[in-house]
Design a protein. Structure first.
Lengths: 169, 191
């Protein structure tokens, strides 16, 4: 886990210093417990019983256990990308699918690897493979992301972020 | 038990296809008091993110964002909260169906700003994947507006021959100044 102090003191990673194949430091979360899942359900008022009612999940839905929420995973990946970009980069976009189920007892390693590096309108872009790997090496949330990191001596990354027209589909 | 039609029947009926491109009205997702610190505290603790940009005002002011911000997609969740004084949808759902899954009968799709329901007998819902595009972090006090549309609906055939639908919605989130905060494209499996 990352601490508040580490995020406060986070040093900028520059686009210049990252090459294709670079693996960013992972974020390890867990082991997950029913309480973690319930806390998320309560935080976002998601009352789907497969996330906190074990009898319902197993005996009514035929699931192996209560399940970690897709919405939680959807929040963790952007949070991780945000951390990678701090303090002045921008986690522009991420797309992912839900694969292996997360159940209580699982430990999750959030990871990112650079697959492409390019410059557009003076800004430094990185395409990434990303995911949330479980302790038995199954991938729970494979996806792709694009982040923007500052170029040494380059212009500041605009905030609010406006993507270059060429990169908008 | 699957609600899926027999393999010869397409789940992608003309009525379902007609939903593609249908938009909901633009509504305020936040309450009239906007984003507040207590809700932000609960949310950030649930994603285990201790970032001081979410709670340390002096530090947050020193960052490029200039103020306390929220997690990247916080604004996509605030519209799920139950408005004070509203009828309790949980109680209603379980009165109507003691075996409610806690979501199908709770979120009826009849709320302001909701998309009309996809006319399908496929009631079971699973999250299939998401795409998130970020432009700006919401700030404390911001009022958040959202507008959803059905971006795409596809049919897939499962191994047992039954049909399922993959329903993709696209929701734009803006603040009180009309500035785009983020775009969420969410795909759900209906089976």
């Amino acid at each position: 886990m990352t601490t508040a102090q580490e995020l406060r003191d986070k040093k900028q990673t520059y686009w210049d210093d990252v090459a294709v194949g670079h693996q960013f430091p992972p974020l390890v979360i867990g082991p997950m417990t029913p309480t973690h899942l319930f806390r998320w359900s309560a935080a976002i008022e998601n009352w789907h019983r497969i996330h906190y009612d074990q009898s319902f999940a197993i005996y009514h839905e035929g699931l192996p256990n209560i399940l970690g929420q897709g919405s939680w995973k959807q929040s963790i990946l952007p949070r991780y990308l945000k951390d990678l970009c701090l303090p002045d980069g921008w986690p522009w976009k991420v797309t992912f699918q839900h694969r292996a189920m997360i159940v209580p007892g699982d430990t999750i390693t959030v990871w990112a690897t650079v697959t492409k590096k390019y410059e557009e309108e003076g800004l430094g872009f990185l395409d990434l493979d990303v995911g949330m790997r479980l302790q038995y090496d199954a991938e729970s949330c494979p996806g792709r992301a694009t982040i923007v990191l500052p170029i040494r001596g380059g212009k500041p990354i605009p905030y609010p972020f406006v993507p270059p027209k060429k990169l908008v589909s | 038990m699957s609600n899926a039609p027999a393999s010869t029947e397409s789940a992608l009926t003309p009525e379902v296809k007609a939903m593609i491109g249908v938009s909901a009205e633009k509504v305020e997702a936040s309450f009239e008091w906007g984003i507040e610190r207590e809700g932000l505290r609960i949310f950030t603790q649930a994603i285990m993110d201790p970032d001081p940009r979410y709670w340390d005002e002096a530090f947050a002011k020193s960052t490029k964002f200039g103020a306390i911000i929220t997690p990247p997609i916080y604004c996509t969740y605030i519209g799920r909260r139950q408005r004070p004084g509203a009828d309790d949808p949980v109680t209603r759902a379980f009165k109507e169906n003691p075996n409610s899954d806690g979501i199908g009968g709770v979120r009826t799709g009849e709320g302001k700003g909701s998309l009309p329901l996809v006319p399908t007998p496929l009631k079971r819902i699973l999250n299939a994947g998401n795409e998130i595009e970020l432009r700006q972090y919401p700030k404390i006090g911001d009022r958040i507006f959202s507008q959803a549309k059905y971006a795409d609906i596809k049919e897939r055939v499962q191994k047992d021959g039954s049909r399922m639908l993959v329903v993709t919605t696209e929701t734009l989130y803006t603040n009180q100044n009309g500035e785009l905060l983020c775009i969420l494209r969410a795909s759900q499996i209906r089976r």
